[in-house]
Write a new protein. Structure first.
Length: 146
């Protein structure tokens, strides 16, 4: 995920001049060709912010769901089927909401909204994308014809 506008703004404000900012970008990305804050990922921008004494940013939590909504429950089920899950001592395997949140912030997610703010059409699009990812995970590999 790309660095947010806030992260870029804080890096610009808290570095003394352009040369220092460019060196920080090169250091965080491990690439001497990258000199712009637009080249930074979210984690790389946080690395710079921590180094210059600022608080790291957190992703806005988009994966909050309504446990009474059957479509939200289906999304959680798809997450577990897809492998976005972790073991819970009390409940067995549960959906990993942090992984879902990270995916929702990526460019791969078709709807860039919080789960609770999505209308029915957007939920359908979102569910379709998760179903497609799940199907592609379990699709049988093609075998060569004899």
């Amino acid at each position: 995920m790309e660095a947010t506008k806030d992260q870029k703004r804080l890096i610009h404000i808290n570095t003394a001049n352009r040369d220092i900012k460019e060196e920080f970008v090169q250091w965080a990305t491990d690439d001497n060709k990258k000199i712009s804050c637009d080249d930074l990922s979210f984690d790389e921008a946080n690395k710079i912010l921590v180094h210059i004494g600022q608080k790291p940013h957190k992703l806005a939590f988009r994966a909050k769901f309504d446990k009474t909504n059957p479509r939200h429950k289906y999304i959680l089920s798809l997450c577990i089927q897809r492998g976005m899950s972790h073991r819970s001592g009390k409940y067995g395997y549960i959906a990993d909401l942090d992984a879902l949140n990270e995916w929702m912030h990526s460019n791969k997610c078709p709807v860039q909204k919080r789960l609770m703010d999505m209308d029915n059409d957007e939920l359908s699009t979102f569910i379709g994308a998760l179903e497609g990812m799940t199907l592609s995970k379990y699709k049988k590999p093609k075998t060569a014809k004899k």
